[in-house]
Design a protein around this ligand. Structure first.
Ligand code: CAA
Length: 270
C-alpha cells in the first residue's frame, strides 16, 4: 500500500519510473530510445528523487537504479546536449552531475546499480556512484569520452581508480575500451554477474538481506567508508566517533540482547 507521499513519487518524473515495495525503491531510468542517456531533465529528476522525495519515504531500506529497455543501463551523458557548450556551461554541467552523483554516494541507505547492457561514460560514472553494482552477463562498462575529444566529467577519473586501480583505470580511460561483465567482476568494478534479466532481482535480494540489519549502523557504515575517500576527513577518527555514537541506539541494545538470548534481533532504526 502506498502512502500519500509514496504515490506522489510515482507521478513526479519525466524520465524515471519508480516502484516502492517492502522498503525497496526501484528506479528505472526511462529514456530507452536514447539508451537512457543522461540529459538535463534526467539529472533534474535524479536530484529531486535523491535530495527530496526518497528521503521522505517511510521505512526506506534501499534503492535500486536500473535502465529501461534492457540494452543499456545508461550510454553516457546525452551527447546531443553538448552542441554549443562553452567552457563555463561545460563546467556547470560537470559540476551539477558530480553534485548529484555525490547525493547518491552519500545517500543514507544503500543504492545498488542493476546494470544490463551498456554502462558507458556518465553511465559507468553513475553506476560507480552507487554503493554496490550488480551486472547482467550482457553488461559492458567503459569511459569512451576520449573518442569524443573529452574526458569524463561526472567523477569517472576519480572513482574508476578506486574500484580497479590506477593502471587498469588509466588504460580504460585512454583507450576508451569497454570491458564485459566478467572482466568487471574480476577487476572489482561489480560484485555479482547474473543471467540477463535477473539483475534487479539479484539487487533486491542483497537489499532484503541488508533490511534485516540495524538501519543506523548501515547508514554509519556508508558515511565512514565514504570518509576514506574524502581528503577533508580522517576516516579512522570518523570510525571511532561513529562507533561510539552507536552505543546509545536502541538497536545496539536490541542486537546485543538478542545475541545473548540466542534469538534474531528485531531492529527499529532507533
Ligand atoms: N547521448 C545521446 N544519444 C545516445 C547516446 C548518448 N550518449 N548513446 C546512444 N544514443 C542514441 C543514439 O544516438 C541512437 O539514437 P537514434 O536511434 O535516434 O539514432 C540510439 O541511442 C541507439 O544508439 P545506437 O544506434 O548508437 O546503438 P548501437 O547499438 O549501434 O550502439 C553504443 C550502442 C555503443 C552505446 C553507442 O550508442 C554509443 O557509442 N553511444 C555513445 C557512448 C558514449 O560515447 N558515451 C559517453 C558520452 S560523454 C559522457 O558521458 C561525458 C561525461 O562523463 C560527462
Amino acid at each position: 500500500m502506498y502512502t500519500k507521499k509514496q504515490s506522489i513519487i510515482q507521478m513526479t518524473y519525466k524520465t524515471l519510473l519508480t516502484e516502492y515495495t517492502d522498503g525497496i525503491l526501484t528506479v528505472t531510468l526511462n529514456r530507452p530510445k536514447a539508451l537512457n542517456a543522461l540529459n538535463a531533465q534526467l539529472f533534474t529528476d535524479l536530484r529531486q528523487l535523491f535530495l527530496e522525495d526518497a528521503t521522505m519515504l517511510d521505512g526506506l531500506r534501499g534503492v535500486i537504479l536500473t535502465g529501461a529497455g534492457g540494452k543499456a543501463f545508461v550510454a553516457g551523458a546525452d551527447i546531443t546536449e553538448f552542441d554549443g557548450l562553452d567552457a563555463q556551461a561545460a563546467m556547470d554541467l560537470a559540476q551539477r552531475g558530480q553534485d548529484i552523483f555525490f547525493l547518491i554516494e552519500r545517500f543514507r541507505v544503500p543504492v545498488i546499480a542493476a546494470v544490463s547492457g551498456y554502462a558507458l561514460g556518465g553511465g559507468c560514472e553513475l553506476a560507480m556512484a552507487c554503493h554496490i553494482r550488480v551486472a547482467s552477463e550482457r553488461a559492458k562498462f567503459g569511459q569512451p569520452e576520449v573518442n569524443l575529444g573529452l574526458i569524463p566529467g561526472y567523477g569517472g577519473t576519480q572513482r574508476l581508480i578506486q574500484y580497479i586501480g590506477k593502471g587498469r583505470a588509466l588504460e580504460l580511460l585512454v583507450t576508451a575500451d569497454m570491458i564485459d561483465a566478467h572482466k568487471a567482476l574480476e577487476w572489482g568494478l561489480v560484485t555479482h554477474v547474473v543471467t540477463h534479466g535477473e539483475e534487479v532481482n539479484a539487487a533486491r535480494e542483497i537489499l532484503q538481506k541488508i533490511a534485516t540489519k540495524a538501519p543506523i549502523a548501515v547508514a554509519k557504515v556508508i558515511e565512514t567508508v565514504n570518509a576514506y575517500f574524502d581528503k577533508k576527513q580522517d576516516g579512522f577518527a570518523q570510525e571511532v566517533m561513529k562507533f561510539a555514537s552507536m552505543v546509545n541506539t536502541e538497536d545496539f541494545k536490541e542486537g546485543a540482547t538478542a545475541f545473548v538470548e540466542k534469538r534474531k534481533a528485531v531492529f527499529t532504526g532507533k
